[in-house]
Design a protein around this ligand. Sequence first.
Ligand code: PGA
Length: 248
Amino acid sequence: MIVAGNWKLNTTLIEGLNLASRIEDSISKLGPMEVRVIAAAPYTHLDRMVNSTDRIDVFAQDVSRHESGAFTGEVSAGMLKSIGVKGSIVGHSERRAYHGENDELIHEKIQMCLQHDLEVIYCCGEQLEDRKNGHTMKVIERQISKALSKLNVDQFDSLVIAYEPVWAIGTGETATPRQAQEVHEFIRNWLKQNKGEEVSEKTQILYGGSVKPGNADELFQKPDIDGGLIGGASLKAEDFIQIVRAAG
Ligand code: PGA
């Protein structure tokens, strides 16, 4: 199981380091657990967090598609790797919505990470309109085909998929465990058909979208849900830890 916090555009450096250290303290008190804890923090925090955390794997929230050059404001996979960051989120719906990211660009970013030995949490998910029109699976299939079809089987060792219905992100509205399981099962079957049984079994598929202490348990009990990508609730150490506990 994986529980990953996505801090988004929140916390100053000091606030972020405090949050990370509170999470670390609480995890150590929980004792041995089969849960991998990840925090995707703002770029400004990453170096310090890599050096001050032990039980938390530090991720970036995004990465450039470019290797280097005249791309003002971008941060490359090689730069992240050089400070010990473990991986990056790629294709978050907020990047798609506010920064015009499409499936092809997302595929390039995934490749860039994998070339630099960075892990990827790849996000996919439908809009409310898609769900209402009964197009959820079609949209998911289009997204994952474009992003993942060209990857070879070995590359899936470094890839985690996060299903995040856009209508459930930051809205307080969560997909029901049944709705989430349905899509997770669909993704797992796609992996089986396209990348084989082994990839389909070992790839971890996280659910994201208003996961909270009150609903984590039920979501994580579903057979194809291997953890969560947590936004709002990852900013409160107590809530985040309760979600980690629900995964343990
Ligand atoms: P949320 O965000 O938990 O605040 O809905 C999840 C995400 O965007 O990854």
